[in-house]
Write a protein that binds this ligand. Structure first.
Ligand code: ADP
Length: 347
């Protein structure tokens, strides 16, 4: 063997050894999805065996597992799924194309992250739950105190009541978020849209107290399939935001309409609007464009997080368009699979 060939062979051995020792599972697939090579982590995480599985179609070999099902979908990335060898191991997986139709499957063990995430969720849920009772007691006593007995304390008592109510609302919103996070699915019940929209319209009028012109447009003539309670909470959150972030004299339109891909519930306002750089972060917990404006209008900073979670559980998405000084459109976009012809029962 020439010196050059020896050097190349050594290079190849090094690359193979490095890939074999890689902590993520790597499986090289040919253009027909058959296994060409795999590393040690692929044995540990995916239960594959070398050389037994050489040339075997991977989707078939992993049939019956969640990973096998995902391989059949043709998607190139999946997050937080169970490992075929042990449902207690959580993984992220991706399929990376290279060469002429070959692909490499890369799966990473994220059990540690998933456990941390669980600890965070439990912590928030427990803290919120523990705060609920003392807050109810404080709130109850504050309501009992009669400010007429000590007029000098009237403004203080009033402020204490407002703040304790605010804390109560934050706790309730955190508990709602915890419940939504723990749920994989929501009840799939028919949600009649006409009464839902009528009640949301009424809420908007009550919140606005005549400060805005508010219109309701319903030309979709279809209902939704999902959780009535949670959809109501998401839809009314958007209306409450529109009222709170639109100065007096502004206009708000609540709309339920068909689109080419399904249907859309939207709330359009002529309010303050939101600068573009904030848009992608609005659904994060406690993210606010202006803290003082949000608090001043009674916001908890959790409304849009709740909206996003509710929509995710309905395989729907939130689309936000906004222009500072002109107004915003918040739209909940539903796929056809979530629609029911109005008045018709689910099949
Ligand atoms: P908050 O309780 O603070 O309103 P949300 O999660 O509902 O919390 O909204 C997050 C932030 O997004 C708000 O603080 C506000 O800055 C911005 N926002 C939401 N809706 C609107 C709107 N219709 N117009 C302008 N800004 C909005």
């Amino acid at each position: 063997m020439s010196a050059r060939a020896r050097r190349l062979a050594a290079h190849l051995r090094d690359l193979r050894a490095a890939a074999a020792a890689f902590p993520d599972a790597l499986v090289l697939l040919d253009e027909n999805g058959r296994v060409r090579w795999l590393n040690r982590a692929a044995t540990r995480l995916l239960g594959l065996d070398w050389p037994r599985d050489r040339g075997v179609p991977l989707a078939e070999r992993l049939g019956g597992s969640v990973l096998g099902e995902w391989l059949g979908t043709g998607e190139d990335r999946v997050e937080d799924i169970a490992a075929p060898v042990d449902a207690g191991i959580r993984m992220n997986a991706s399929l990376i194309a290279f060469g002429r139709g070959q692909r490499v499957l890369c799966a990473r063990d994220i059990s540690h992250l998933a456990r941390l995430e669980q600890v965070r969720r439990d912590f928030v849920a427990n803290v919120s739950h523990e705060l609920r009772t003392p807050l109810t007691v404080i709130h109850g006593y504050l309501e009992l105190l009669d400010h007429e007995e000590v007029p000098a304390l009237a403004p203080v008592l009033n402020e204490m009541r407002i703040q304790s109510r605010r804390m109560g609302q934050i706790v309730e919103d955190l508990l709602t978020l915890s419940r939504l996070e723990m749920q994989q699915h929501l009840p799939d019940e028919p949600v009649p849209m006409a009464p839902m929209l009528a009640s949301i319209y009424k809420e908007a009028l009550a919140l606005s107290q005549g400060r805005h012109r508010i219109a309701l447009e319903n030309d979709a003539s279809c209902d939704l399939l999902g959780s009535s309670r949670d959809l109501h909470s998401a839809f009314s959150n958007l209306v409450s935001n529109a009222v709170r972030y639109t100065p007096s004299g502004g206009e708000i339109v609540i709309r339920w309409q068909r689109t080419s891909a399904g249907a859309e519930y939207s709330v359009t306002d002529t309010g303050y609007g939101i600068p573009a750089e904030h848009l992608s972060r609005l659904t994060e917990r406690f993210y606010r464009v202006s803290s003082s404006r949000s608090r001043g209008t009674g916001g908890t900073g959790l409304g849009l997080s709740i909206v996003k979670h509710v929509l995710n559980l309905h395989q729907a998405r939130l689309s936000i368009r906004s222009e500072p000084g002109r107004g915003s459109v918040f739209a909940c976009v539903f796929a056809v699979s979530r629609l029911l012809e109005a008045g018709r029962e689910a099949t």
